[in-house]
Design a protein around this ligand. Structure first.
Ligand code: ATP
Length: 341
């Protein structure tokens, strides 16, 4: 949605835990960059419960419906009981079927020159958590049942998205990740549909497939063999943390949820309750997510400037937060970055 003066209206959800700290840092940096975004501030997660008695308040949904664009901090999902994941609900509500998670080396560490793009199906499979318990005798929760649903249309749609992304971005190879030897129906249909779509790109994008466990091991042994990974929802959730680990951890891993009705940009990491409020969180993941958002709205030059300033602050100025072996606070890193901009 265009606001006056070519400004672009976007929903801003600071989120839970370290969310408000990394969101504030990101907004300050975007302001220094001269970004086009005009923010509508909204709540969700625990912050939504505190402010509106609802982990996904109606006002937040309305805002995203209006702007079709959001930058979102991490939202706490209670383990075990409590409310259903708000991230999953947002993905369903706006049919955000594609999750884009790039991992690219900025700081060479155990691995150098990693450049992998993971595409994760975002609204099907086991991850959507259609679950229930079956009582046996006196135990009301004696048996746990989880149902995964993958549709041929959904699998084709995400495969098409991945191959189109590859062509647009000069990527050479897609590895389809599955477990079709055991989950023959649930992940077999994914493999089948992806191979079918791959035929339309023959000669342009190379295709191979890997069983998820072998792929996880190969990512540790020889990650350079991978260019793009195309994953089901649950496998993509797990492997995207693994590839984040290859480039220095969750502090450097952005993500984009893309669909027909909206686009929501976020860090791959969670709300990190162990360091929340201490002012030491690394804001780079959310800042890199903001770069994806700038590209999404057609401002790649601003994204490139921000990425290069991040890289200069980390490499040349050596200003780093604790997770990257430095001593800088979130605010000190942000100040160094703004100086670079
Ligand atoms: P959630 O339930 O919200 O996913 P979590 O604690 O299970 O939270 P993460 O929030 O992803 O999972 O955190 C995993 C680990 O990585 C924690 O030790 C956390 O402190 C660390 N971490 C995550 N994000 C960052 C960050 N931006 N900066 C520094 N450390 C981080």
């Amino acid at each position: 949605m265009e606001a006056p003066n070519n400004r672009i209206m976007a929903t801003l959800i600071p989120g839970d835990g370290i969310g408000p700290e990394v969101t504030q840092a990101t907004v300050e940096v975007l302001d220094a960059l001269g970004s086009p975004f005009e923010w509508e501030l909204c709540t969700a997660g625990m912050a939504g419960i505190d402010a509106a008695g609802d982990p996904l308040p109606a006002a937040t949904l309305e805002s995203i419906r209006r702007t079709k664009l959001a930058l979102k901090g991490p939202l706490t999902t209670p383990v075990g009981g409590g409310f259903r994941s708000v991230n999953v609900r947002l993905r369903e509500e706006f049919k955000l079927f594609a999750n884009l998670r790039p991992a690219k080396t900025i700081i060479p560490g155990r691995y150098e020159n990693i450049d992998i793009v993971l595409i994760r199906e975002n609204i099907e499979g086991l991850y959507v958590a259609h679950e229930h318990f079956i009582p046996v005798g006196a135990d009301p929760r004696a048996v746990a049942v989880s149902t995964g649903v993958n549709t041929r249309d959904g699998c084709r749609r995400i495969a098409r998205f991945a191959f189109e992304y590859a062509v647009r971005n000069g990527r050479k190879k897609i590895t389809i990740v599955h477990k079709a030897n055991v989950l023959k129906a649930l992940t077999g249909i994914f493999l089948e549909a992806a191979r079918e779509i791959a035929q339309d790109y023959a000669g342009r994008v190379e295709v191979e497939d890997r069983i998820v466990d072998a792929c996880a091991m190969q990512l540790v042994l020889n990650p350079w063999q991978f260019d793009m990974l195309l994953c089901t929802n649950l496998f993509g959730d797990i492997l995207s943390d693994e590839i984040a680990g290859l480039v220095g951890g969750l502090g450097l891993a952005p993500g984009a949820n893309l669909g027909e009705h909206a686009a929501i940009f976020e860090a791959v990491h969670g709300s990190a309750p162990d360091i929340a409020g201490k002012g030491v969180a690394n804001p780079v993941s959310l800042m890199l997510a903001a770069c994806l958002m700038l590209e999404h709205v057609g401002r790649p030059e601003l994204a490139a400037r921000l990425r290069s300033a991040i890289s200069d602050a980390l490499l040349q100025d050596q200003v780093r937060t604790r997770d990257l072996g430095g001593t800088a606070s979130t605010k000190e890193f942000t100040a160094a970055l703004i100086k670079r901009l």
